[in-house]
Design a protein around this ligand. Structure first.
Ligand code: FES
Ligand SMILES: [Fe+2]
Length: 433
């Protein structure tokens, strides 16, 4: 339980707030690079700031104040040129560093005055890794962008999935250190939704450990194999706003105090009898969270999580909660956020900031390995495997995967390009699910 004041501290993300300042010490993902292929200028709201992201003709990404430095026009209606973003009102052009590089009328009428040298706008750096765009919104010196080891994996299929969630980011992130909800929200509730009354194996023991880059939770469930990496390694609540599960990451990115961007990155190794995949672009798609009746979608894993998060209220009131033994990891994380807010106030680096480029270029993360791994099996073995065969039918985590992405995924896994395979695969596999 937190006091109302503590709850404010831990949930508010604006500039100048303690948590807002803490989060501004990290690189934060905000989009997929391929989103800019057909629409090179996009409005972005991050940590309560209205921004505009663009990809210039020369391929450089920029992230600027959404309002033009001249007379505040909306730059998300601007247009890109070779080396910058031009405002549609009077034609000023800005580069990715926030310099005004053209002022058409002044440059023509008073070129000697070079007024543009005195104008500038807010600009944040943007870097692309594994198809994701990250920005850093904090003070200099800018830390290194960690390249997590899975970003360097090859020979598989990557995809990025986004959803807009109408609640505060912190209740989403607390879910990253909450193992017991798997048994209930994803296992038992899914069974009820499918008309079944069976219960999943119970959690018997939990452990929570702080690591260099986050907080791991470890679990033992009934019947779990001895030495399972679910107990020896566990899942990682990746500091400060992500969840790492081995072959995928989920970030809970604060849009503002009452809205969160869920952005997830997935990697799938192909079966071992398939030629390695070469993916030119990482597809990005939007997963809907509301169905035709206006109810939350409940069919997929992340959608189920979202039902929990939005159900806690726009900003969960932690002065009204009653914590139990399953919440030890959450208590541990909260304590660390409060300590880190203090560190930032004192001018110190908070947890996990990387300043050494050699360390940042490929940061290993321990992961849960539940054999057999997808890349260890052939296509035929995939079809017969309960977990992997499900993946051929649907993307398990997020609702609404576009047909084109599904088609590309199946091709990459060696099951395409004949799309008619898809329903056949479903029928064929149902008895074994
Ligand atoms: S408001 Fe943008 S150029 Fe005038
Ligand atoms: Fe979950």
């Amino acid at each position: 339980m937190l006091t109302t004041e503590q709850n404010k501290m831990i949930t508010q993300v604006g500039a100048g707030t303690p948590m807002g300042e803490l989060l501004r010490r990290y690189w934060i993902p905000f989009a997929g690079a391929s989103e800019f292929d057909d629409k090179p200028v996009r409005a972005v709201r991050l940590l309560g700031e209205d921004l505009v992201a663009y990809r210039a003709g020369n391929g450089t990404f920029g992230l600027l104040n959404r309002h033009c430095p001249h007379r505040r026009a909306d730059l998300s209606y601007g247009f890109v040129e070779d080396c910058g973003l031009r405002c549609n009102y009077h034609g000023w052009m800005m580069d990715e560093a926030g310099h005004v590089i053209e002022m058409p009328y002044d440059d023509t009428a008073n070129p000697a005055q070079n007024l543009k040298a005195k104008a500038s706008t807010k600009a944040y750096p943007v870097k692309e890794v594994a198809g994701l765009l990250f920005t850093y919104m904090g003070p200099a010196p800018v830390p290194e962008l960690p390249v997590w080891a899975p970003f360097t994996w090859t020979g598989g299929f990557r995809q990025i999935v986004k959803s807009d969630i109408p609640c505060n980011w912190f209740q989403c992130q607390e879910n990253s250190c909450d193992p017991v909800h798997f048994e209930w929200m994803h296992d038992n509730w899914s069974a009820r939704l499918e008309g079944r009354s069976d219960n999943a194996t119970k959690h018997l023991q939990l452990d929570f450990v702080e690591t260099d880059y986050g907080h791991a939770y470890r679990r033992i469930r009934e019947g779990q194999a001895e030495g399972s990496t679910l107990w020896t390694v566990g899942r990682l609540a990746l500091w400060p706003l992500a969840f790492y599960l081995g072959e995928h990451f989920e970030w809970r990115v604060p849009v503002d105090d009452e809205n969160t961007l869920s952005i997830a990155w997935f990697f799938e190794s192909a079966p071992k009898d398939v030629a390695p995949v070469v993916q030119e672009k990482v597809p990005v798609w939007i997963s809907p969270i509301v169905d035709a009746d206006g109810r939350w979608i409940t069919t997929h894993v992340i959608n189920q999580d979202i039902v929990a998060w939005v159900g806690q209220g726009r900003i969960a009131d932690r002065s009204q909660e009653f914590l139990a033994a399953s919440d030890r990891g959450i208590v541990m994380m909260r304590r660390r956020y409060f300590e880190d807010m203090k560190r930032v106030e004192q001018g110190l680096d908070p947890k996990g900031v990387i300043r050494d480029p050699q360390v940042a270029r490929c940061v290993p993360l321990d992961r849960v390995l539940l054999p057999p791994l997808p890349g260890d099996l052939t296509r035929e073995q995939w079809k017969k495997h309960p977990g992997l065969s499900r993946k051929l039918i649907d993307h398990r985590h997020c609702a609404g995967q576009p047909a084109k992405v599904r088609q590309d995924y199946l091709r990459a896994m060696g099951f395409g390009p004949d799309l008619s395979l898809l329903p056949n695969v479903g029928r064929e596999l149902q008895p074994q699910d």
